[in-house]
Design a protein around this ligand. Structure first.
Ligand SMILES: CC(C)(COP(=O)(O)OP(=O)(O)OC[C@H]1O[C@@H](n2cnc3c(N)ncnc32)[C@H](O)[C@@H]1OP(=O)(O)O)[C@@H](O)C(=O)NCCC(=O)NCCS
Length: 165
């Protein structure tokens, strides 16, 4: 993707719930509504990430950080802009955000049939640590969820004023 005119923003403000819901609606068959995002953003540790191209929001993620762990709650790129590197940029800047926040591991659940997302996550270093049988229900019956984990600890750099020995 042309990286020019790309802006990435992290926010905890509940006023972004409407924008989050608008993006989600374009990306998922069963989207979360504005009230769900508003409610999620009132929970401490919940962080929304927006990627805008030419000032138009085209990618979105929602995370929750609990001390040294974080979870990807939802993650998406507008359909017409997929396969252009936006998802990778969104994810990699999200991972970097949590590394800077001293997070040791990031977890997520993904539908076992969602090959594009699984490829994206695995290419960024996530590994499968579990499977929930029949976790999702959809048009094709029940589908498994894969539980993925990214360990950030190995690459966390000490802060300038921290001793390493
Ligand atoms: C998953 C999703 C975020 C990927 O976004 P994207 O902008 O298309 O991803 P990118 O173009 O940055 O691709 C990054 C990598 O993801 C993988 N990938 C993305 N789309 C893929 C596809 N259709 N098939 C296989 N791999 C795919 C590839 O590994 C790709 O790397 P490559 O281009 O070097 O092959 C996007 O398809 C999406 O929003 N899907 C619907 C919502 C969703 O499923 N979210 C995840 C819920 S857990």
């Amino acid at each position: 993707m042309d990286l020019e005119n790309v802006h990435i923003e992290f926010t905890t403000a509940a006023e972004y719930a409407q924008l989050a819901a608008e993006l989600h609606k374009q990306c998922f068959d069963s989207p979360w509504g504005e009230a769900s995002f508003r409610s999620a953003l009132t929970i401490p540790g919940t962080i929304a990430q927006f990627l805008s191209k030419n000032e138009i929001p085209v990618g979105f993620a929602l995370y929750r950080q609990m001390q040294e762990e974080a979870e990807v709650l939802t993650f998406c790129v507008l359909p017409k802009l997929r396969r252009g590197g936006i998802g990778r940029q969104l994810l990699d800047t999200g991972i970097e955000y949590f590394r800077q926040a001293r997070v040791r591991a990031i977890f997520l659940e993904v539908n076992a049939a969602n090959n594009s997302a699984i490829e994206l996550y695995k290419n960024s270093g996530f590994i499968q640590i579990g499977r929930r049988k029949g976790y999702y229900s959809g048009g094709n019956g029940r589908q498994d969820a894969l539980i993925l984990k990214l360990s950030c600890a190995d690459s966390i750099q000490p802060k300038n004023n921290e001793k390493t020995d």
